[in-house]
Design a protein around this ligand. Structure first.
Ligand SMILES: Nc1ncnc2c1ncn2[C@@H]1O[C@H](COP(=O)(O)OP(=O)(O)O)[C@@H](O)[C@H]1O
Ligand SMILES: [Mg+2]
Length: 220
């Protein structure tokens, strides 16, 4: 089983949006998937409960239960585990990071998010874990031109000591529409570019985890 922790010290960065979309994408690609919601706000739980179709298994818990959840999930044949985390306290986030094979640091292209992600990156490195930064809520390109703010953010993020994922998520209303029904953006509207963003991001993460291109379920 491979475990991904989705982290950010900033509320509203997109942890839950990313956790839900990645968990659904893994599930729809055929992996037996569990989403552990350790944020007392329970937003991931609310989203998955709004889902009418079968989906990933949900574990509502506090950070202290992660070890137990993880070993139970592995015994149950689970192949992918996502952890949606709170912004704080650090001790809870550290437990999630310690449970993970790969940490996904969510960051909007803003000064305050970048400052916060630098601290999260430090924690991930201190705990000896692999991690990467995913830019979220980036404004759309103008033609083929990347907005200056996004370019600057990517440059600044180079100093965090963790790689920036080659695909980020743009700011799009569909992320808000789809999550209200517990659906991935690709399920909501297959023609929307958001679906491709998430699919490409999942493929990249799956490759990092050695999950065979993200498709074709098999025991890992
Ligand atoms: N790429 C995006 N485009 C548009 N809205 C987004 C995007 N990512 C997140 N949001 C919205 O931003 C808000 C905060 O996102 P959320 O995933 O709850 O953040 P966090 O879990 O980090 O607090 C939510 O209303 C969500 O729908
Ligand atoms: Mg959240």
């Amino acid at each position: 089983m491979k475990t991904l922790a989705v982290i950010s010290r900033k509320g509203g960065a997109g942890k839950t949006t990313l956790s839900i979309n990645l968990a659904l994408t893994a599930h729809l690609a055929g992996w037996k998937t569990l989403l552990a919601d350790i944020d007392p706000q329970r937003s991931a739980t609310d989203a998955l409960r709004a889902r009418a179709e079968p989906g990933p298994t949900l574990a509502e818990a506090n950070a202290g239960k992660l070890f137990q959840i993880k070993s139970h999930a592995a015994n149950d044949g689970c192949q992918v585990m996502l952890i949606d985390t709170p912004a704080a306290p650090d001790a809870d986030v550290a437990l999630a990071v310690n449970s993970a094979d790969l940490c996904v640091l969510v960051c909007r292209p803003t000064f305050l998010d970048i400052a916060a992600v630098a601290r999260s990156a430090e924690m991930v490195r201190r705990l000896g874990k692999a991690g990467l930064i995913v830019l979220n809520q980036a404004p759309p390109k103008r033609g083929s031109q990347e907005p200056a703010g996004v370019q600057k953010a990517v440059e600044a993020l180079r100093f965090c000591g963790l790689p920036v994922a080659p695909v980020g998520l743009r700011s799009r209303a569909i992320y808000q529409q789809a999550i209200a029904r517990g659906r991935s953006v690709a399920e909501w509207d297959a023609a929307n570019p958001a679906g491709q963003e998430i699919e490409r991001l999942w493929s990249h993460l799956a490759a990092q985890l050695g999950l065979d291109g993200g498709r074709k379920a098999r025991a890992v």
